[in-house]
Design a protein around this ligand. Structure first.
Ligand code: 5AD
Ligand code: SF4
Length: 478
């Protein structure tokens, strides 16, 4: 039984009252700098924090030196992400020395762990407040108390299964794309993963609220929407019995407008053939809402023995069946995955089985991670932790194999014309634009900046493992 609390209108109104009080206190001209680490869910949370801050009168800045309020939204999935956020937080100490009125807050997964909360409380006296992932709706109240009571505030509650509707969101819609969270938390407890401990139990938003938000985005000209959740396949709103993720996708595709819907992340134990059928029935088409021909299906390991130790609840045979079904129903599908190397007890044989899966499935791209010990998770205390040198060598071998496969897969597009949404200026060459196909392939091409946020047809002329190059052409796309 999910112990879920949809926040009452009164509670949300209370937070709006704090927003209004703060705007009166701070007046005009104060700036906020928000720095986000980690996944898309964190990006989406930062958009809400910024939305609330703007309602309080703050203006966004990209320069921490001119900010009166700095917010660091942290990640805890791997140790590296935590250390980076802590070192960044350490760096802001100097900003506070220069500007004593500066307020610094930290939120996100890292600070939702008790040991990090007490570390920050004791060792980072210049951090003024801390808010856990499940309580970000209380940002106005916490900030108000920090300002008026001149006291540090630290609130986390990982048992709070809260859904807060109606908070302001500040999105940059210039690229034509937007994130929409459809659910929060995770109940899967994969043995390596910290997420279920820091994001609370799984809870799904009401479909009416999701559809309403999507309609608004469509009206604002958004052309690509990514639905977010730790495991979107177990979307199950309490308000509507028997209603699942495939029903939500079906209803989204019935809305008027033109857009492509992406979703992430999926879990192989819950991704169903029926979901794949809904994707096949609703491809992206001109003048319609369609579902992207892209599937991100984390495998984590190609060894059944390791998958069991990871508590993943599927084996490689089940996984392959889903992949073959996807390719049968949606032949041009782009398939990507997450892999962890060096999980405790992973033998050379287990690792080779993962390489064999990469060779057999031939993913378009993989996101590979070296196993990172997360305190409080079952895998952290498993025997046979793999030494760093072995983990590193396996990681390199896997990346080299996948680079070859990704290159070959991208090369298949040379000479073809694809339709892609222009996202912005290329980060590696400011004379070029970056566009993305419905199946998430990245293309760099020369074009006018007015094309940003628009669809174009591009003839692919060259390819590398992670990017294709082409030129804009007119006419029908493939
Ligand atoms: N170590 C390494 N990678 C991890 N991931 C999650 N937890 C860990 C960990 N402790 C990876 C998984 C997941 C992705 C988001 O991060 O592959 O799918
Ligand atoms: Fe972590 Fe597993 Fe939940 Fe994904 S499904 S967030 S890997 S526990």
């Amino acid at each position: 039984m999910i112990n879920e609390v949809s926040l009452s209108k009164e509670e949300i109104k209370r937070q709006f009252d704090y927003m209004s009080d703060i705007s009166k206190i701070i007046g005009h001209g104060k700036k906020i700098f928000v720095q986000t680490f980690g996944c898309q869910q964190n990006e989406a949370d930062s958009e809400k924090l910024l939305g609330m801050a703007e309602k309080m009168g703050y203006e966004k800045t990209n320069d921490p030196n001119e900010a009166s309020l700095i917010l660091i939204n942290t990640c805890a999935v791997r140790e590296h992400a935590e250390l980076k956020a802590l070192s960044i937080a350490g760096g802001y100490k100097h900003c506070k020395e220069k500007n004593p009125g500066l307020i610094i807050g930290i939120c996100g997964c890292m600070v939702s762990q008790e040991h990090r909360k007490s570390d920050i409380k004791n060792k980072y006296p210049y951090i003024d407040f801390l808010i856990g992932t499940t309580l970000i709706h209380r940002f106005p109240e916490i900030l108000y108390k920090t300002i008026t009571e001149k006291k540090r505030n630290f609130v986390i509650d990982n048992s709070a299964a809260i859904i807060a509707e109606g908070l302001p969101v500040s999105r940059d819609l210039s690229s034509g794309s937007a994130y929409v969270s459809i659910m929060y938390g995770c109940n899967n407890f994969c043995t390596y993963c910290i997420v279920p401990y820091v994001r609370g139990r799984e809870r799904s938003r009401d479909p009416e609220a999701v559809l309403g938000e999507i309609k608004e985005l469509l009206n604002s000209g958004v052309k690509e929407i990514t639905l977010l959740g730790q495991n979107v396949n177990s979307y199950r709103p309490l308000s509507k019995a028997q209603y699942g993720f495939k029903d939500l996708l079906t209803d989204i595709c019935k809305l008027p407008g033109e857009a492509i819907i992406h979703f992430m992340t999926s879990h192989p134990k819950d991704a169903s053939k029926e979901l794949i059928d809904v994707m096949a029935k609703n491809p992206p088409e001109k003048g319609k809402i369609g579902i992207s021909s892209r599937f991100h299906l984390p495998l984590q390991s190609g060894s059944d023995r390791v998958l069991k130790a990871m508590n993943r609840h599927y084996d490689t045979a089940h996984y392959k069946e889903l992949i073959y079904y996807m390719r049968e129903r949606i032949p041009d599908i782009t398939i990507t995955t997450d892999i962890i190397v060096g999980f405790p007890g992973e033998s050379e044989k287990d690792f080779n089985e993962t390489l064999d899966m990469l060779k057999e499935i031939r993913y378009d791209n993989i996101y590979s991670f070296i196993y990172s010990k997360r305190s409080g998770t079952p895998a952290a205390v498993m025997e046979n932790q793999i030494p760093d040198e072995i983990k590193g060598a396996r990681f390199q071998k896997m990346v080299a194999l996948q680079t070859e496969i990704s290159k070959e897969k991208n090369f298949e597009f040379v000479g073809k014309t694809v339709r892609a949404l222009v996202e912005g200026i290329s980060k590696t060459d400011d004379k070029k634009l970056t566009a993305r196909t419905a199946s998430n392939r990245v293309i760099h091409f020369e074009g006018d900046r007015s094309l940003i946020g628009e669809y174009v047809n591009i003839l692919i002329e060259n390819a590398e493992p992670h990017v294709m190059y082409g030129r804009q052409v007119y006419g029908k796309y493939i």
